[in-house]
Design a protein around this ligand. Structure first.
Ligand code: ATP
Ligand code: MG
Length: 568
């Protein structure tokens, strides 16, 4: 608005007794040139990132307060935890310094500032993944994350869906965040905002950097309602932060305090260096992987044997280089969990490197309660054979809850075989359970064939890997297979921040273990019901066996297993 128009508008407002917007009333600091740049950005998403002490958090608070004179305006600023929010140097305390002696009112129970216009500024935290659900029915025009690298990408995306236009007012929608490099989420933040080729030296110029957005299908869906009849944003904005920008900071004492930190962190904090890479860094925590002790299991294969009643029973046949490795044979009454990754056919793989060393199909089984690995099937076979073998293997292990990956046609073909043979649908993972894992309420309707299996997508891959990460970090599982342990060691971040097998290694068992960890969650839930069924079956087995009933495993076979275990 040019000064003449502004004067005119203000004159009219004064005549009608409308309060004149005056952000200065709420914002006691004058922005530095770089903060000003950040505050003027028109992009939907913008990030103020880099060196410590540059005034990033301050800029978020200024941004939140820019429109509080507009009725109905709502802004929220997040920190990862409530404790973070309450830190004396954090933004909640700063807001008190700024607003305590103004007409704005603090409502502690809602962690909200309420302004005379009716606008609000709220503070929020997202400690655990499901904290985001508290904001499910809220709507904001300004959403900010301070220390963005402390958040997960899924939290950031979830809050994105809480942006809503304000009816009848020309208030921009803004997702704003600030952070130093480093922190658990540094990689996704870097990939999201920092343009390729950006180095700390570029930060000297006071300018905005943009990174073109490549949308994933679900993101487009999310933004569709926000941009009816408009084109979607094409860029994300990034303003690099430098400590030197902030004349209000005691830089000497700040720098000396940074010298307490390790070298990488210090570089990141001092220079805002996003390029200090974590390529090749292990995705799973190395020292915890080393706590697993590899030991050979018994290798062999399973075959179905028909008894005199026509019932097929899985029987184990030892073989020197059998694809099935068993550390603990099934025991009656135990609850197991299984996950499987079907390999893409050799001839279909686009990766020329993969052709010489194609992927394996892998099924991982563990004791659902103790988390101990009990068996693993790993080979290169057609999906129909894999499906048949899975059926036998799962039957042998008391029909556990099973999570098959179905991405691409191969997993589905394996699953089809399993269903044809009669494996119960209720023991197979479906997409509604995935929704439940992502925080939605349990689904009560029918599950259709197309819902079955785990469909890995960019949005849920990290969740899948996090479940195994958590189990490793807290030592809630025990792994025995040397191949799997080796794969865990070589599951690393690539240059784009994606966790996958280092070149020359496979990650099929890692993925199968991840899927097995998903299965464990549901296997444990089903355990009490299974125990009741087992008790019933046990009482039946005292009466003479009838056609179709589960036969007892050969006494001979059980003795053989005992001898094998004694030998090891
Ligand atoms: N424009 C300004 N006017 C006056 N003081 C400012 C201004 N910008 C920042 N400050 C002050 O400088 C100090 C550091 O700023 P701030 O906390 O926003 O930096 P930061 O980049 O978020 O730092 P960190 O990396 O440690 O989170 C704070 O005390 C803040 O109030
Ligand atoms: Mg800060």
């Amino acid at each position: 608005m040019d000064p003449a128009t502004r004067q005119l508008v203000e004159g009219v407002m004064r005549t009608f007794g409308v309060p004149i917007p005056n952000p200065r009333q709420w914002i006691p600091h004058s922005p530095t040139p770089r903060q000003e740049l950040f505050l003027a950005l028109q992009e939907l998403e913008a990030f103020y990132g880099g060196a410590a002490g540059g005034g990033k958090s301050d800029a978020l608070l200024m941004g939140a307060l820019q429109y509080v004179d507009i009725p109905g305006y709502a802004a929220i600023i997040f920190r990862r935890t409530l404790q973070d929010l309450k830190l004396p140097e954090a933004l909640m305390a700063r807001a008190h310094e700024w607003l305590d002696r103004t007409p704005a009112k603090w409502v502690a129970s809602d962690m909200q500032w309420r302004f005379p216009s009716g606008a609000i500024l709220q503070f929020g935290y997202l400690d655990s993944e499901d904290d985001k659900l508290r904001y499910q029915s809220s709507a904001y025009q300004f959403i900010a994350f301070d220390e963005l690298t402390h958040f997960t990408q899924s939290q950031y995306r979830f809050l994105f869906s809480r942006l809503r236009k304000l009816e009848g007012a020309n208030v921009p929608l803004r997702m704003r965040s600030a952070s130093n490099p480093g922190g658990r989420g540094a990689l996704w933040v870097k990939n999201h905002f920092i343009p390729d080729g950006f180095v700390p030296a570029h930060a000297e110029a006071i300018r905005v950097w943009v990174k073109p957005i490549t949308y994933e299908a679900d993101e487009m869906l999310m933004l569709k309602d926000l941009f009816v009849g408009e084109s979607l944003p094409v860029n994300r904005a990034f303003v690099p932060a430098r400590m030197q920008d902030n004349p209000h900071l005691d830089q000497a004492s700040y720098i000396s305090s940074l010298y307490q930190l390790d070298r990488v962190t210090r570089e990141q904090m001092l220079k805002g260096d996003w390029s200090i890479q974590v390529i090749g860094r292990q995705r799973f925590y190395g020292p915890m992987i080393e706590q697993f002790t590899a030991k050979p299991g018994v290798t062999g294969e399973l075959r179905l044997k028909k008894d005199e009643f026509g019932t097929e029973t899985p029987m184990f046949f030892p073989l020197d280089r059998g694809a099935l490795e068993v550390w603990e044979p099934p025991q009656r009454g135990r609850v197991y969990a299984a996950g499987a990754d079907t390999a893409e056919g050799i001839e279909m793989s686009e990766d020329p490197e993969a052709k010489s060393d194609p992927d394996y199909s892998v099924c991982e089984i563990s004791d659902a309660m103790s988390g101990e690995q009990v068996a693993r099937l790993r080979y290169r076979m057609s999906e129909a054979v894999f499906g048949e073998d899975l059926y036998t293997l799962l039957r042998w292990y008391n029909s556990p809850f099973f999570v098959p990956e179905v991405k691409g046609g191969y997993g589905r073909a394996t699953l089809n075989k399993l269903l044809d043979l009669g494996y119960p649908q209720t023991l197979i993972f479906n997409k509604h359970l995935m929704d439940e894992l992502q925080g939605l309420p349990p689904y009560r309707g029918d599950v259709s064939y197309h819902d079955l299996g785990w469909n890995t997508m960019p949005a849920n891959r990290e969740l899948l890997i996090s479940l195994l990460d958590d189990a490793i970090l807290k030592h809630k599982i025990e792994e025995y297979d040397s191949v799997g342990i080796e794969e865990l060691r070589h599951f690393c971040y690539d240059a784009r921040g994606k966790a996958k097998a280092e070149s020359g290694y496979h990650d099929d068992t890692v993925i199968a273990k991840c899927l097995r960890e998903v299965a464990r969650i549901f296997a444990k839930k089903l355990a009490p019901m299974r125990a009741r069924q087992d008790a019933q079956a046990a009482s039946l087995s005292k009466t003479p066996r009838k056609y179709g009933q589960q036969p007892r495993r050969d006494v001979e076979e059980e003795q053989w297993w005992k001898s094998q275990q004694r030998r090891r």
